[in-house]
Each structure stands twice: as structure tokens, then as C-alpha cells.
Design a protein around this ligand. Structure first.
Ligand code: ZN
Length: 209
């Protein structure tokens, strides 16, 4: 766990770094409009964008409401869809965002719906690669759910590509499977079919042609 003392020390240092950053890219950190920017940026990084470091997904974290319309249970599979993903690409320090989809074979482990969003969030709130984020979420859930089979898919838009003028690909899909969802082709097809029937959240639509 990160101590408050350590955090406020890093906050002070980070503010200076942001100030230097503004200067080094050619602007003037002393102009009035930028007065509060170093503090705002440092706060955003430490308490939001990079808040996943040192956190255990088991701990109580911010609650995310997962709409029951995004929860599907068939006799063989349970699916949680449209889980918000907000992360930072470790190559460019720019955000990528989208949805995660988790499908698993029900086991005896009881897992609240909001827990899935928390798990995704803890692993996402740090510098990431979408591929690694997908694997980390899958490894964690496969162990905790004690399930026979699991599929994790993330679809995300990378603003580093968007903002630098790269037309394709805007949205990237990563998918990983464990247990029966790796070996049983039919079951995997069923899982993917459930995901396909769901509409993505509106936030992704406006970027699609
Ligand atoms: Zn990037």
C-alpha cells in the first residue's frame, strides 16, 4: 500500500516535473492560464490515471455500477459486458479506453457484479499495454473465480493513434481464454456469440464510421 506521506511527497515533486515539462515543450508555465495546471495534472495522475499501482483488486475500491442489462447468464455461461476500461498506453503516455467483456463458466465462487469492474480498473489504472492488461485480468479472475473456463476480451480506442493522425486501426481488440474456453471450440463460439449480440456503449459509436 502507498502511504499518504509518500503520496504527498511525490505530488510535490510531480508538480515541478509538470512545470518543467510545460517549459521544455516550449510554453511558459508562468503565464496566468497555466497557473494551476501543474497541480491539476499531478493530482490527476497520482489519484486517478496511475492510481492502480500498489493496489490489490481484493480491497474495497470505488464502486462501479454495472447495469443488469449488461449481465447475461445462460445455463453454461455467465457474461459481464461493457465494463469500462480507461488506461494509459505505456508507449506514449496517452489514454486508451473502451470496454471489457468477461465470460466464464459458473463455479461455486460468488463474485459481485461490481467486482469485475473493480478488477479491470485496478489493472488499468497504471501504464499499460492492452495485451498485458487483458492477460492480467484473465490471470487474476481465473484464479479467484476458480472457474473451469474464462474468456476476457477488451476493445479499446488508442488516442495515441487517433491524435497523431493514424487512420487505422482506431480500435484494437485483444482476447484471451483459459481452461475450457481455450479447449472447447463450441463453448468459445457461444461466448463470442453472446458478446456479439451486445451493442457497445455509445462512447465508442461516435468514432466509428
Ligand atoms: Zn500508444
Amino acid at each position: 500500500m502507498v502511504s499518504e506521506e509518500d503520496l504527498s511527497d511525490r505530488f510535490e515533486k510531480l508538480k515541478n516535473v509538470v512545470r518543467d515539462f510545460i517549459k521544455l515543450i516550449g510554453d511558459n508555465p508562468d503565464r496566468p492560464e497555466l497557473k494551476d495546471t501543474p497541480e491539476r495534472v499531478a493530482r490527476m495522475w497520482l489519484w486517478e490515471l496511475a492510481s492502480g499501482y500498489g493496489k490489490d483488486p481484493d480491497e474495497h475500491l470505488k464502486y462501479f455500477y454495472v447495469n443488469s442489462a449488461n449481465y447475461i447468464s445462460t445455463n453454461r455461461l455467465v457474461a459481464i459486458l461493457n465494463i469500462p476500461v480507461r488506461s494509459i498506453c505505456e508507449h506514449h503516455l496517452l489514454p486508451f479506453y473502451g470496454n471489457a467483456y468477461i465470460v466464464y463458466v459458473p463455479s461455486n465462487e460468488v463474485f459481485g457484479l461490481s467486482k469485475f469492474a473493480r478488477v479491470v480498473d485496478v489493472f488499468a489504472r497504471r501504464l499499460q499495454l492492452q495485451e498485458r492488461l487483458t492477460e492480467e485480468v484473465a490471470d487474476y479472475l481465473f484464479e479467484k473465480l476458480k472457474t473451469e473456463g474464462l474468456l476476457v476480451m477488451i476493445e479499446a480506442i488508442h488516442t495515441c493513434a487517433l491524435i497523431r493522425g493514424v487512420e487505422e486501426p482506431l480500435s484494437m481488440v485483444t482476447l484471451t481464454t483459459r481452461g475450457e474456453l481455450s479447449t472447447d471450440i463450441k463453448l468459445r463460439e457461444e461466448a463470442l456469440r453472446i458478446i456479439r449480440t451486445r451493442k457497445p456503449r455509445k462512447s465508442l459509436w461516435f468514432l466509428k464510421p
